[in-house]
Design a protein around this ligand. Structure first.
Ligand code: MG
Ligand code: ZN
Ligand code: ZN
Length: 872
């Protein structure tokens, strides 16, 4: 195929000139019949072979090429009467209102017209099309619309009305109304002089107003609307062909009716029918027009639907492409693979391949892969010769092909450990939704993901599926490795803290390990460290610690020492009660603040000092340590975690009784109108506020009691370390759920003057408005359960709606920001070079390089001072 290189200098949108349509056309369609008795397309029909062919074996009668090679050629239909182009209806309506129906001039004075033409010309020359459009709307259209009398011929123009869907009426001064057919509209538009058309935004060369009314309809080539042969041998035509048949048939009948001088009413009906068919051929989604349907009742897909929207040609076929070398599977967790690895089933690895070029250094290895063939792992599926020929490796030919292998050939080998792939989860709402992971081939059928990498993907393991794609070129692999790899994205560009981090058992495990009184005998300590995959130097450090302990007469290591094995020797860190000196944890214990994702200040610090690769490897080891210590220690959650001493329960009961009493008092005062007056609030509002105040105070007090008396247990451990839940959840289990609210207010609807039929009408006690006095443990009363379920259901429905809404919002934001970038001079610009911000974010800060949005100046000073001190 001959390749022609051309550069697009611009794109011009214009109306189709009827003369151009005729010139473009290779056939005038004159019959609605498609095929003759032998099944051969009829000449002059809609499948005329001059417009191209889709059947194999036939040749196009215009260019002589067979199906697939011929791009197709347009035909045309001469319409018996002009019809409106439905997509231009608003412009036709505007134009009808602003031009004089007698002389065709714009209803503007000569001065106004000159001014408008000059201004539009200026906008056009500088490419400011939006400004030109706005000017025409604001000046030309508004002025001319407000005049009835033509300043040029003094004709008193009638009022024009558009009645849905596409009928125009003129109403004169006396209220006399008359239908205005497209023929008449077209003849008015034809009269518009070139200068006046210019002021309307038409350029007279590429677009003329009268072309908005169709006199000739282009018929798309056959390959645009191919027919398909069903399994039954029947031929099924494309929707467009069906619609065109309707148009041709109606057009023919209209033609005959006019020729034979049929009554006006018959002609008008046929005219309207033709208009309907042409309109729904172009756009079948118009409001107010009944949808054109197949015999089955399925609506016909129109031209507009083919092009626009999510499933249209542009967004579906042109902007987005499905990609090869990809796989999708359910994900499951694995803490034993690296955080930046992905576990891949053998079955997937045998299907997805990487093209590897044969050299003298790898030829033996690659020969072995070819000999293994497509079924034995690690093998290969194809080889490609230097002249581009592709050979499929089979059981029978693999020895032969292995023999032929020479440097310069390419082997498409199976995925191997250490290959890099793209891994992603939808919806991809930020750039961390697709990252580079290293392959680890594992048995099983799921993709394995390290739990620490869940946050960036927003993944969990309740059945989530994720996709991989294997980059096929060196460039793509290099980009994956250096730009997209997970370790380069551990710090979120959104808030400047780590987004990969420990969760749940890792946090409680490390917390327990790093308690001041944790003592672990040497053998257990060694086991723990080994389970966390230590490096050579870390083992040395462990030995050092054991030696030191022995010298001090200990037969154990402290938990802090075990944790410190993995800290770099020169690490100095102090934050949130944790103190690390020269690579040893001296004070404090590790909890969510240090290592949890979206907090993780310790990981953040290590990332800064030792780089992404180290930070990731460190996290991996330390998380393993946490997991294994948790195994060793074991924590349990049991109902006895929620047992408070009788003393505490008594206090809680007292608090609730006290609150009840207070509520009763407030109710009495309210009934006797004795509540304090607050400006801007009704008595009822004051009453409700006071009651809510009392109740929420009671709940806070209960929370304090629970915090004070709750026994140390698995449950409280999770809350204290912030691994999962907080102490308020415990209070809800032990005592009271508190006020249930619905969309920011009390629960207040249902029957007349009451929520539920079990309450007395007009009862204003908070328990009738969603106050839940019971806790989860003792169980809720029926009406409490009802109140509790209500906001739950509301939230569920809200989430369903919100995801759809936020999806669309995301699309709009992404589109608006699409071509905006930070220029090398620090300004934010769009692709035309226009400055949008003088400084990125107006403070020049890139969140990814900050500590939670702030520059850690204190930390930098501290570090420098320490260095200076050391040098002394
Ligand atoms: Mg899920
Ligand atoms: Zn052709
Ligand atoms: Zn006039």
């Amino acid at each position: 195929m001959e390749v022609v290189y051309k550069k697009i200098s611009g794109i011009k949108y214009a109306l189709l000139n009827p003369e151009a349509i005729r010139k473009l056309s290779v056939v005038k369609i004159i019959t609605p019949e498609l095929y003759d008795e032998e099944g051969y397309p009829i000449r002059g029909g809609l499948m005329d072979p001059r417009m191209g062919v889709v059947d194999p074996g036939l040749r196009c009668e215009t260019c002589g090429k067979p199906a697939g090679k011929c791009p197709g050629h347009f035909g045309h239909i001469e319409l018996a009467r002009p019809v409106l182009h439905i997509e231009f209806l608003p412009i036709i309506y505007d134009t009808l209102q602003i031009v004089c129906h007698q002389c065709g001039r714009l209803k503007l004075t000569e001065n106004e017209l000159d001014f408008a033409v000059r201004k539009i010309d200026r906008y056009k020359k500088s490419g400011r099309w939006t400004r030109a459009y706005k000017f025409i709307k604001k000046f030309v259209i508004t002025r001319a619309k407000n005049r009835t009398k033509c300043p040029n011929c003094n004709y008193e123009n009638p009022k024009v009305e558009l009645r849905k869907p596409y009928r125009f009426y003129v109403i004169d001064k006396d209220g006399e109304e008359r239908r205005m057919f497209p023929v008449e509209i077209r003849s008015i538009f034809e009269k518009i002089p070139e200068k006046d058309a210019l002021a309307l935004g038409f350029d007279n060369v590429n677009s003329r107003p009268e072309w908005m009314i169709l006199t000739v309809l282009p018929v798309p080539p056959v390959p645009v609307r191919p027919s398909i042969i069903l399994e039954t041998g029947e031929r099924a035509e494309d929707d467009l062909t069906h619609k065109l048949v309707d148009i041709v048939r109606t057009n023919q009948r209209l033609h005959e009716a006019i020729a034979t001088g049929a009554p006006q009413i018959v002609v008008e009906d046929l005219y309207d029918l033709l208009q309907y068919h042409v309109a729904t051929y172009i756009n079948n989604t118009l409001a107010g027009i009944p949808k054109a349907v197949h015999r089955s009742g399925k609506p016909i897909k129109s031209l507009v639907e083919r092009i626009s929207g999510k499933e249209g040609r542009i967004r579906y076929n042109l902007l987005g492409k499905r990609v090869n070398f990809s796989a999708r599977a359910v994900i499951s967790p694995d803490t034993k693979i690296r955080i930046n690895e992905v576990g891949i089933p053998v079955e997937v690895a045998k299907t997805l391949t990487i093209p590897e070029r044969v050299t003298e250094w790898n030829i033996e290895k690659l020969k072995q892969y070819v000999l293994n063939g497509p079924d034995r792992y690690p093998g290969a599926n194809y080889i490609i010769s230097p002249d581009g020929k592709r050979f499929t490796i089979t059981e029978d030919n693999k020895e032969l092909l292995a023999e032929r292998l020479q440097p310069g050939w390419i082997v498409e080998r199976h995925l191997l450990n250490g290959d890099i792939v793209l891994f992603g989860r939808y919806p991809s709402l930020h750039r961390l939704s697709i990252m580079g992971h290293y392959v680890r081939i594992l048995p099983g059928k799921t993709f394995r993901l390290h739990p620490a990498a869940c946050t960036p993907y927003n993944a969990d393991f309740d059945g989530d599926e994720m996709n991989i794609h294997v980059p096929q070129t060196e460039e793509a692999r290099a980009e994956t490795k250096y730009l997209v790899a997970l370790e380069n994205h551990m710090i979120s560009p959104r808030y400047g803290l780590t987004i990969v981090g420990g969760i749940q058992d890792v946090i409680t495990g490390l917390y327990l390990l790093t308690q001041d009184d944790t003592r672990i005998e040497f053998s257990k300590a060694v086991e723990l460290v080994y389970l966390a995959n230590p490096s050579e130097s870390e083992i040395e450090k462990l030995v050092r610690f054991i030696k030191r302990a022995k010298e001090e007469g200990r037969d154990y290591l402290t938990g802090k020492e075990i944790f410190s094995v993995f800290l770099p020797d020169d690490l100095i860190f102090e934050e949130g009660g944790v103190k690390i000196e020269d690579g040893e944890l001296k004070e404090g214990s590790i909890d969510a603040l240090m290592i949890k994702s979206e907090k993780g200040v310790l990981i953040r610090y290590i990332y800064d000092k030792y780089g992404p690769r180290f930070a990731l490897e460190w996290s991996y080891k330390v998380f393993l340590l946490g997991v294994h210590y948790q195994y060793l220690h074991g924590i349990t959650v049991t109902p006895s975690d929620w047992d408070l001493p009788e003393e505490a329960m008594k206090k809680i009961r007292e608090i609730l009784e006290e609150a009840d009493k207070k509520v009763q008092e407030i109710m009495d005062q309210y009934k006797h109108h004795k509540l304090p007056k607050v400006p801007g609030r009704s008595e009822k509002q004051v009453f409700e506020n006071m009651v809510q105040q009392v109740l929420s105070e009671a709940l806070t007090e209960i929370g304090e009691i629970v915090k004070k008396y709750a026994p140390i247990s698995g449950t409280t451990l999770m809350a204290i370390t912030k691994a999962r839940g907080d102490i308020r959840d415990l209070a809800q289990i032990i005592s009271a759920l508190g006020q249930q609210s619905f969309r920011g207010g009390l629960i207040e609807f249902g029957y007349k003057k009451r929520n539920l039929s079990m309450f007395k009408p007009g009862d204003i006690h908070p328990i009738t408005k969603g106050w839940v006095k019971s806790g989860y443990r003792e169980g809720l009363k029926p009406y409490e359960l009802f109140f509790h379920a209500l906001p739950g259901r509301d939230a569920l429905m809200d989430t369903a709606i919100r995801t759809a809404k936020s999806g669309y919002l995301y699309r709009r934001v992404a589109h608006a920001l699409y071509e905006i970038y930070v220029h090398s001079d620090g300004t934010v610009r769009d692709t035309t070079g226009r400055v949008i911000q003088l400084l990125f974010g107006e403070d020049g800060m890139f969140p990814q390089k900050t500590h939670h949005g702030k520059l850690d100046i204190d930390g930098i000073i501290k570090e420098i001072l320490k260095k200076v001190e050391k040098e002394k």
